[in-house]
Write a protein that binds this ligand. Structure first.
Ligand code: SOE
Length: 381
């Protein structure tokens, strides 16, 4: 089978995660890496064992490269995805798809026009238990959705000395925590429940009004400590914490809270979906288990096991029950579906994976959430 050749742009936290996932899929080869300059690209390519290092523009000239993974800071997603599609490359872009709604609209239109495969890395959909919840709901096990309560909590920005490009609006966009992790939670909420958010009421807080920015770059999650003199104090005007009340198109309600300053919470997405027949609670830090609440019988505790799962969800399982799969496996499972489409050479009519349209949807909700916080009033989507 002909190998599909991929290029990865950006080697912060998530670029190497894409690389590792792609290396676990047969007939896929990562042949190129791009970074902000050739020296860094060459150095990282050597470390990661990737044969070719290019600037972004040079990489787009390489005829043998079929697909490009955009793993750069948010402010580059629009221009790099656009250039890649215009160069005839299939595109997998990190979330958020862009930092402005108009940019996302343009990318959706361009992707449709080219017919090229386009995907946004909402990888958390690919925990097998998440698709199990979705398909159980579709099969009527949950009943009508009464309410949704979600949270996505982290602590890697807990300290005043924790710093990252995501804190800077010109790099991350006007929202930080909502754009960075809220987008995952809201995408997963609509994906599992099949409901659409119709209105939002949001309230943000920034607990560190200033932070100590290292005078030299350090990577996401590194939390490395430097000397006092190695920092400059900078004002922060992106949110550390946000709570959002939600109204859904079935008339029922919910709420989500996101925070990057909850000590001890490393990367914890937790969701409780209450229905007229059952109640589901799932947590990304214990992804291979699902709590199913019942009123007329004992509650249930479902473990990840292909023999207990719906066929659609079992399709995302590579290891038997009790052999825990986790965050790195979600990208592999997503890319298996995306690369099956790339092998067909065009975007499927009904993609099973998150697309630029889903990226646009999350950006739209994110923009309405920012507007609601600023107006301190309910805003329609
Ligand atoms: C940082 O908050 C981050 O790396 C997010 O950017 C990712 O999307 C999330 O999956 C893990 O945390």
């Amino acid at each position: 089978m002909k190998k599909i050749k991929a290029a990865i742009v950006g080697t912060g936290f998530i670029g190497p995660a894409h690389l590792e996932a792609l290396r676990r899929i047969p007939y896929v080869e990562v042949t190129a890496l791009c970074e902000v300059n050739m020296e860094l690209a060459r150095a990282k390519a050597d470390i990661l064992g990737i044969p070719n290092a290019y600037t972004f523009e040079e990489m787009l000239q390489q005829k043998d490269i079929d697909v490009v993974h955009i793993c750069t800071p948010n402010f580059l997603h629009y221009s790099q995805s656009k250039a890649a599609l215009e160069a005839g490359k299939h595109v997998v872009c990190e979330k958020p798809l862009a930092t402005k709604i108009e940019e996302a609209e343009e990318l959706v239109a361009l992707a449709k026009e080219t017919g090229l495969v386009n995907a946004v890395h909402f990888n958390l959909r690919y925990y097998p238990m998440v698709r199990q919840m979705k398909t159980m709901r579709e099969n009527g096990d949950l009943g009508e959705v009464y309410s949704i309560m979600g949270s996505y909590l982290q602590d890697w920005l807990f300290l005043k000395t924790d710093y990252n490009w995501r804190l800077e609006p010109d790099k991350s966009g006007d929202s930080r925590a909502i754009a960075d992790i809220g987008s995952h939670l809201l995408d997963l909420t609509e994906y599992v429940t099949g409901l659409k958010v119709t209105e939002v009421m949001a309230d943000f807080s920034t607990v560190h009004k200033t932070r100590l920015k290292p005078l030299k770059a350090i990577e996401t999650y590194s939390g490395k400590m430097l000397q006092e003199s190695d920092y400059e104090e900078v004002p922060i005007n992106t949110e550390d914490h946000a709570t959002v009340m939600l109204r859904f198109d079935n008339g029922n309600k919910g709420s989500v809270t996101v925070s990057q300053v909850n000590a001890g919470r490393k990367n914890r997405l937790n969701i409780e979906i209450a229905g007229s027949k059952s109640n589901y609670e799932w947590c990304s830090e214990k992804p291979n288990e699902l709590w199913i609440g019942k009123r007329e019988s004992a509650n249930q505790h479902l473990m990840k096991d292909p023999s207990l799962f719906t066929p659609e969800a079992a399709g995302l399982i590579s290891f038997p029950g009790g052999h825990n799969e986790g965050f790195p496996d979600t990208s592999k499972q997503m890319f298996k579906e995306v690369y099956a489409a790339i092998r067909e050479g065009k975007q499927p009519d009904e993609p099973s994976f998150p697309t630029f349209e889903d990226g646009h949807r999350e950006l739209l909700i994110c923009e309405r959430i920012i507007e609601s916080h600023r107006k301190q009033s309910w805003v329609k989507i």
